[in-house]
Design a protein around this ligand. Structure first.
Ligand SMILES: [Zn+2]
Length: 471
């Protein structure tokens, strides 16, 4: 039987039993302890054994149990007894470290129950391993704080806050809810929060209050998308109120043509234009609502905040009293959010961000069944291959022109003083300091070794992974 079947060099395989479902592998450690853990004496004698069972990576579709024949020793120096330490084992649970690592990674992509079944443990254990794995990830992975931050809403079981990096089109955090306290806490503990210059958001007051409280230097911008869709909603309200005065047949026709009403006038084809004229001529209120919708979109053609505000006032004054109720929400929103809405005209949010976030929101409902929020958050933020990296390095600069230099000396083989070096020994421990190196041909610049930056979970990668069922 191959001793290395486990690929764990510190264990020797003593025997294997297998059946349809499981491997039972008996092992012992290959190294004896060098010293007593209590007094460091090296005078040790055997003092019995006991078998410990731990789980390991499943293989060939079978669950794997390792039965470790653990040795107990007595120290001649202090008389105390102890069990040998077991390398490669998880500190908290009866499983190998590599199993815990694998379970954590798998739990980001799969349901806890399927992993529990494959490994042969309880779902409770999978959840515990997963929580540890995610909290380790949180400690090691740090996303760059966005200069342009987006705070939006995403539905995962219920509405959640989503924090984005707009310039890089990535997600950097998911918050369990949209409360002010939650956002305040997030922003408060964020490294580099002073560098946030702009925060784009939908018109949700708790977000605005949180940003003003913690990062008052940041300018709040309301994305065009969130404002103009209110004009569509207003027009829909007028259409629906008209419905009651129609015959069932007309009603169906209007239902059918609502897409024409929602389209921008400039995008209509001849047939649609004719259709629209039919409705707006026969129902002047609907015609007025359509005109107001179009003119409201037109405000966004303005080239400055002042021009936009003037256009808005003009627009507001043109609302006929019969349909003023339908447009009351827009007037209220504009009144409450005037500055953030107008900030957009100086600092527009990129369409790419708005569009990709909306696509993500659309595919998000394919996630969700059978996962807790924590699991979904980890899937989105930490799935393998989802991160957008960039090397932070200085601009390329042409190297200095070489003077006529002698050819660099190439080194063949090891320098003489490497000869006493035994193959089994750790290279790091044994290797003597090498002689001063000849000037290498390829010069490494310390500048280029700067840390890679991680911008968070790339939204388009997330969409692709969700669509392919990879998340
Ligand atoms: Zn001792």
């Amino acid at each position: 039987m191959p001793a290395n079947i486990l690929n764990l060099p510190c264990y020797k395989v003593l025997g294997i039993q297998e059946n349809e479902h499981d491997y039972h592998i008996e092992v012992e450690t290959t190294e004896v302890p060098a010293a007593c853990p209590h007094c460091q004496s090296s005078s040790l004698v055997g003092f019995g054994r006991r078998e410990q069972m731990v789980k390991d990576l499943p293989r060939h579709g079978r669950r794997v149990g390792l039965y470790i024949d653990t040795r107990r020793y007595q120290c001649r120096g202090c008389g105390k007894t102890f069990y040998e330490a077991l390398p490669e084992m998880d500190e908290k649970r009866l499983m190998t470290k590599r199993l815990a690592q694998w379970m954590g990674k798998q739990a980001i992509k799969r349901t806890f129950s399927s992993i529990a079944e494959e490994v042969g443990c309880t779902e409770f254990t999978v959840r515990a391993v997963f929580n540890d794995y995610v909290s380790d990830l949180k400690k090691t992975i740090r996303f760059e704080t966005p200069k342009w931050m987006g705070i939006d809403e995403i539905h995962l079981i219920k509405p959640r806050g989503v924090i984005a990096n707009i310039q890089n089109n990535t997600i950097v955090e998911l918050l369990p809810n949209r409360n002010k306290d939650t956002v305040v806490r997030f922003l408060h503990y964020l490294d580099g929060k002073d560098r946030i210059q702009y925060v784009a958001m939908d018109m949700w007051t708790p977000y605005r209050d949180a940003v003003r409280a913690v990062i008052p230097q940041a300018e709040i911008v309301v994305d065009k998308f969130h404002v103009v869709r209110m004009a569509n909603d207003a027009m829909e309200r007028v259409r629906k109120s008209l419905r009651e005065s129609l015959t069932p047949k007309q009603r169906r026709g209007l239902m059918h043509d609502r897409f024409v009403l929602l389209k921008r006038e400039r995008d209509l084809n001849d047939k649609e234009r004719l259709n629209l004229e039919g409705w707006t001529k026969n129902y002047p209120e609907l015609g007025e609502a359509y005109r107001l919708k179009e003119q409201f979109f037109g405000i966004y053609d303005a080239e400055s905040p002042d021009e936009a505000q003037a256009k808005f006032i003009q627009w507001q004054n043109s609302i006929p009293s019969e349909i003023t109720d339908a447009f009351a929400d827009i007037e209220r929103a504009w009144g409450n959010w005037t500055m953030p809405i107008l900030n957009y005209f100086n600092h527009p949010v990129t369409n790419a961000y708005t569009e990709s976030l909306n696509s993500l929101i659309r595919v998000m409902n394919r996630l969700g069944r059978g996962y807790s929020f924590e699991a979904l958050r980890a899937k989105i933020l930490f799935a393998e291959g989802v991160h957008k990296h960039k090397l932070s390095r200085p601009k390329f600069e042409r190297k200095e022109r070489r003077q006529a230099e002698p050819e660099p000396v190439m080194m063949y083989g090891l320098p003489g003083n490497f000869k006493n070096f035994e193959m089994g020994d750790s290279f790091a421990r044994m290797a003597p300091k090498p002689a001063p190196e000849p000037k290498p041909y390829i010069q490494k610049s310390t500048e280029s070794e700067k840390q890679e930056k991680n911008y968070g979970a790339d939204i388009s990668t997330l969409i692709r992974m969700i669509e392919n069922g990879e998340l």
